[in-house]
Design a protein. Sequence first.
Length: 403
Amino acid sequence: MASNTALSLSQTLTPVLPKHSERLQLWEICPEFICPVVGLCTTLQEQKAILRRAGYKSAGRQPNELHAFLVKQARTMNPVSQRLDKCLNQKFRKELVQFGTLDQPQFMEAWRKSLTQGEILGLLWTAVTRGDLNQSDIDQIYDDIHMLSFQNIKDGLKEKRTLVCLELKNLELETQLKGAVSQRRILAKEKKALEKDLIKLERQHQVLEKRCHRLAELADRQMSQRESVGHVECQSKRSELEGLRRQVKEYSHQAQIWQGRYQLVMEKLNRQQEINGRLRQEISRLSQPCCDLCPKLCPNSNLGARRILLVGGITKLEPFYREQVETLGGQFEYHDGYMQQGKKNLEDRIKYSDVVLCPLSCNSHTARRCVRKLCRKYNKPFYTLPGSSLESVSQALVKIVRC
């Protein structure tokens, strides 16, 4: 009963293409594929250009409004759908020639390979316009596209939650560290004051000892010279000597007390230094990649000082991207994927880099298209990542190291 229900639900949700060998036009493909084709295979600039050439104004419209309008127009043959169909054919003419004549097993093998590499746009357009794919292959392609969108959303939310937690923890540790540093400064000042007091007491002790020694010698001389002159005067000197000795003893006792206080302050300072060390280790540990799938590094696996350029991705994760690359011995360059500074800035970075990474998510269509063209122009190896997570970047770096 459950299997029959699942089968009927699959038949309801999955698209069914016409079964003929001629390549289909946009308004002839299965309606369920129109939305992902318009959203994935065309950029916002291309959509605006198509509407402008067809006589429609795109100014003031939000991207979701443009998308909804194009999806609606693409369901029937009209000037908009015809221009959109022509744009897609021109954009993916290489993939149409390369994969359009493959038989079904070869085409599905190419689809699975491109899906793992993140290069599916050209193959998606080729697949939906082919009229000879069987229903199971069409279902598989639709399911892959459907699940890929969910996975990208999950990855983005997971990375955002992790980043927020790390930022809060880092802020808490920084606050603790500031308090520890402030406490250390106070203890250092107390230590310095105690050291000055101790030096002063030691000097006083030395002066008193010398004075006591001189008085003792003087008393002995006077005793030997004036034994017969006056016993009372000798007793007075002895009493004075005893008083001085008591003062010396008292100062010695105070010096011991200050020495004990000095030792206590030193112990507190050492404990504070240990606490500071543990706090720094905790901050360093929190700065490490949180993903369990990060590459296990060994002395013989590194990037060999190659310059790795990441175009796009989550801007707040740039320090973690950088740490992954530099830990592997590479040099990290970052471009956020926004093209306000023009194509020239991105082109200079690509010419200077050895390897280019370009995630599909958290990136602009213009940046991805420019990266692909410029890497081919300057013969630079580039990797398209399915997402912007640390795991995706880490897996790409492992591939680069193994190459």
